[in-house]
Design a protein around this ligand. Structure first.
Ligand SMILES: [Zn+2]
Length: 258
């Protein structure tokens, strides 16, 4: 990822950066006004932070990106695999019970929030469509990434071969220790190759990055860039639910067609 931003730092993906009609951003902890566990650019409304601080953080982000603050469309994320279509009429709204949004309307900024779960960004430059998804272990086992690609094909006629996808910062195979329930679901639904016992302590580690990359490639996506940034290893820069023992904020990923 490439660092950008002036008052609010963010990252972009190299493979998505060359398309002037696409705006995208991965925010960090920096550039906001929240204090304590939420310092400083917390974008989560439901994590216990002061509402006026969260509002100011959104205002700063919108200003940095040149987007009207009340345009952001977000889902209420529930760790499922439901994909919803956003339109101009969705601006400023919260879409219930959804973990991915797609749109081919311009000036409809999609904003999803993360603290260890996997951001999945998809862009189709031919059909001018975008998709943005959220996949923790449940969403990954439920094949959110595949559902996102399929939804864009169905809604916009996108050919996966035209799509460029990115897997954003998420807890990595270095840190994502999982228990027996997750191990058995991953083995059943995805296969044992996404689990490792790399610390020789008998504990299993789930590779969310590889599992989501595989789903995108198996869906026929032409190009996939993986950030390879572990949020728990980099909790100074990104909010990490695991790294901060549950008391933390949310960073954001924004995608918009200009
Ligand atoms: Zn790590």
């Amino acid at each position: 990822m490439i660092p950008r931003g002036r008052s609010v730092p963010y990252y972009v993906f190299q493979s998505l950066d060359s398309y002037p009609e696409l705006l995208h951003a991965v925010t960090t902890r920096r550039g906001g006004v929240s204090a304590g566990h939420f310092a400083s650019l917390n974008l989560g409304h439901t994590v216990g932070d002061a509402p006026e601080a969260v509002e100011e953080n959104h205002r700063r982000l919108a200003e940095e990106l040149g987007i009207p603050k009340d345009f952001f469309v977000s889902p209420r994320q529930v760790h499922g695999n439901h994909v919803a279509i956003a339109t101009k009429a969705s601006r400023g709204s919260v879409v219930p019970d959804t973990d991915a949004l797609i749109t081919n309307d311009r000036m409809v900024p999609l904003l999803l929030r993360f603290a260890d779960c996997t951001p999945i960004l998809v862009y189709d430059p031919r059909r001018h469509a975008i998709g943005l998804g959220h996949a923790g272990w449940r969403g990954t086992v439920a094949r959110m990434a595949e559902a996102l690609v399929r939804a864009m094909s169905e809604a916009f006629g996108s050919d996966p071969a035209d799509m460029i996808a990115a897997v954003g910062p998420a807890i990595g195979p270095c840190c994502y220790e999982v228990g027996p329930e997750v191990v058995s679901r991953v083995e059943q639904e995805l296969g044992p190759e996404f689990l490792s016992n790399r610390k020789a302590d008998g504990h299993a580690y789930f590779d969310l990055w590889a599992a989501n990359e595989r789903q995108l490639r198996d869906s026929g996506v032409g190009k996939v860039e993986v950030a390879g940034v572990c949020t728990a290893c980099h909790k100074d820069e990104f909010f990490s639910h695991r790294g901060d023992h549950g008391r933390t904020g949310r960073f954001g990923v924004v995608m918009m067609l200009r």
